[in-house]
Design a protein around this ligand. Structure first.
Ligand code: HXC
Length: 516
């Protein structure tokens, strides 16, 4: 049935080409010109313009342009093909909203599945550019079947090849789940919106009145839900960033990430880090200062830069090699681990592990966030995700405890017990079961109750506890810290550690990157 459909479509297509007196190539141009009239007034680029921004100039080679349907003989609602990014092969599909709102019917699904199969065979990344009204209503259940096949293919590819989605239009209904199964979602402000059901359905069902942007725009998904990893001001910025992100990754799980030659001396001392930690242990500082100072050229690419800010997840290079950084951020909620930050870090760790990217963990965590909301919201399950992610990771793992590392949160942030390969601590590290205040309340409760001056006594106990436990010495004696290092030598020490571990990674398929 599908073949007959395609056959009829191709006959129509040939009639149109003859009628217009043109070649196959400029039919794509005509299609693009028509699309501009629909897309540009909406502030959006066309499917072809987007592909050209994404790929190296002149590298795009379209396939399946003749696979058309009776309704859309000039071309179906997706443009597919391959090209290169920084000289390396990449497969791409770009939904064309100017054709039936980019909706997905049987033929669109077939084209997308074909490009994903090719990417899997070629062991190269696939980028999906999303601008679609969802399942093509006129095709009914066939379009749902098409989506189901794409979702299954996303899962088959998960952890094998990097999959990236760029949301540059509506991504409605079925169109949301394929991106959600990919590794990274880029969303462009004002034009990119993701929602399972639109504002009209929401109003009917719940009575809530909401705009498309409020429901599924960049604020909703870049900051609130965390569905989108990157938020971009313009399409140009989004495609530039996708190119940059891919430069960190191997082409597939069968390779190690590429190495870049760096001018930045790997044994460079960073004197400014000696004075970074504030005098008072509860005063915040910006963990980005640590990261930017120890990575090559001060350059990091943060993932989920607007979401769960109490943890930083970034791609960086150290000595020219890609490293995934997970770091608590004392500037936000004192760097505490909560549900969102645990989930954010877990998926990042699992992506890095799947694609042979070594992990650097920087720790300053006072604990898990207490509270009924967190407990009832599943902090236990979320924390377990991070424990699972680190425990299963077989890539080289280096951890540096900067300041606080208390209790369960110490364990979960790549402690030695979970399998960190090398663990260093700054002299300011406080590795303990809990912070002094909480500990004193428990172990000195009786003394404090009986005291005439409990406040003064508490301070005395707190000072004693800090003296005894709030340091890296006990952990170092137990072999749970390899070395106490000067902050200024962190770049050098970390570089050396990763060098030692260079042969640890066994490339090959490990696991998928399930959305957590
Ligand atoms: C068929 C569609 C379509 C669809 C849009 N079009 N969505 N055709 N199936 N799903 C068509 C329109 O009829 C219109 O055709 C053209 O595309 C442009 O659409 P407009 O509405 O004029 O554009 P705009 O004003 O920009 O609005 C875009 C939109 C809106 C917000 C996406 O079209 C919309 O709400 N569409 C339906 C979204 C939706 O509910 N999808 C869920 C489908 S069910 P003409 O000929 O007039 O130009 C689904 C279930 C799968 O996906 C679940 C799997 C898990």
């Amino acid at each position: 049935m599908l073949l007959l459909y395609i056959y009829i479509g191709q006959i129509y297509r040939l009639i149109i080409i003859r009628k217009l007196g043109m070649s196959e190539e400029n039919l794509a141009d005509v299609r693009n010109e028509k699309a501009k009239k629909i897309q540009h007034p909406k502030g959006k680029l066309t499917a072809y313009e987007r592909i050209h921004l994404l790929l190296d100039e002149g590298s795009f080679s379209e396939i399946d342009e003749n696979v058309v349907s009776e309704e859309n003989p000039e071309g179906e609602a997706v443009v597919t093909g391959s090209g290169t990014i920084h000289g390396r092969p990449v497969f791409v599909f770009s939904e064309d909203f100017s054709v039936m709102g980019g909706s997905l019917g049987e033929i669109v699904a077939k084209k997308i599945l074909r490009i994903m199969d090719l990417a899997l065979e070629a062991k190269a990344p696939v980028v999906g550019i999303k601008d679609s009204g969802g399942a093509r209503i006129q095709e009914g259940i066939s379009s749902l079947y098409g989506y189901a096949q794409i979702f299954k293919k996303n899962v088959e590819a998960s952890g094998k090849i990097p999959q990236i989605s760029v949301i540059v239009g509506p991504s409605a209904g079925g169109a949301v789940y394929s991106p959600a199964l990919t590794d990274f979602i880029f969303q462009v402000k004002d034009i990119g919106q993701l929602y399972v059901t639109g504002p009209n359905v929401v109003k009917t069902v719940t009575g809530e009145e909401v705009t498309y942007e409020e429901l599924g725009g960049v604020e909703a998904h870049g900051t609130q839900s965390g569905v989108s990893h990157q938020v971009c001001e313009t399409e140009e910025q989004a495609f530039e960033e996708v190119r940059y992100l891919l430069s960190f990754f191997p082409q597939s799980s069968d390779q190690k990430p590429p190495n870049f030659i760096t001018e930045d001396d790997p044994s460079r001392n960073v004197d400014s880090l000696e004075s970074l930690i504030p005098e008072h242990r509860n005063q915040p500082y910006d963990m980005n200062e640590v990261i930017n100072n120890i990575v090559d050229d001060g350059e990091q690419y943060p993932i989920h830069a607007n979401y769960a800010l109490n943890i930083i997840t970034s791609f960086v290079r150290i000595n020219g090699n890609t490293i995934g950084v997970v770091a608590n951020q004392p500037m936000e909620l004192a760097g505490v681990l909560d549900i969102n930050s645990s989930i954010k870090a877990s998926r990042f760790v699992r992506f890095c592990d799947a694609f042979n990217i070594p992990l650097l963990t920087l720790v300053d965590v006072p604990g898990f966030l207490p509270g009924v909301e967190q407990e009832h919201g599943g902090i236990i399950r979320s924390g377990a995700k991070l424990l699972y992610a680190y425990s299963e990771a077989t890539v080289p793992r280096v951890c540096v405890v900067i300041r606080k590392a208390y209790g369960g949160a110490y364990i979960v942030m790549d402690s030695m017990g979970l399998g960190a390969d090398k663990l260093f601590a700054w002299p300011s590290a406080e590795i303990a079961v809990m912070g002094a205040e909480g500990a004193v309340d428990v172990i000195n409760r009786k003394d404090l109750k009986d005291s005439d001056n409990p406040e003064e006594l508490k301070q005395k106990f707190v000072d004693e506890y800090n003296e005894k436990f709030s340091n890296p010495d006990i952990a170092a004696k137990l072999g749970l810290v390899d070395k106490i290092i000067k902050p200024s030598e962190t770049r050098k020490v970390v570089t050396e550690a990763f060098k030692e571990l260079v042969n640890k990674t066994n490339v090959g398929d490990k696991h998928g990157n399930i959305p957590l």
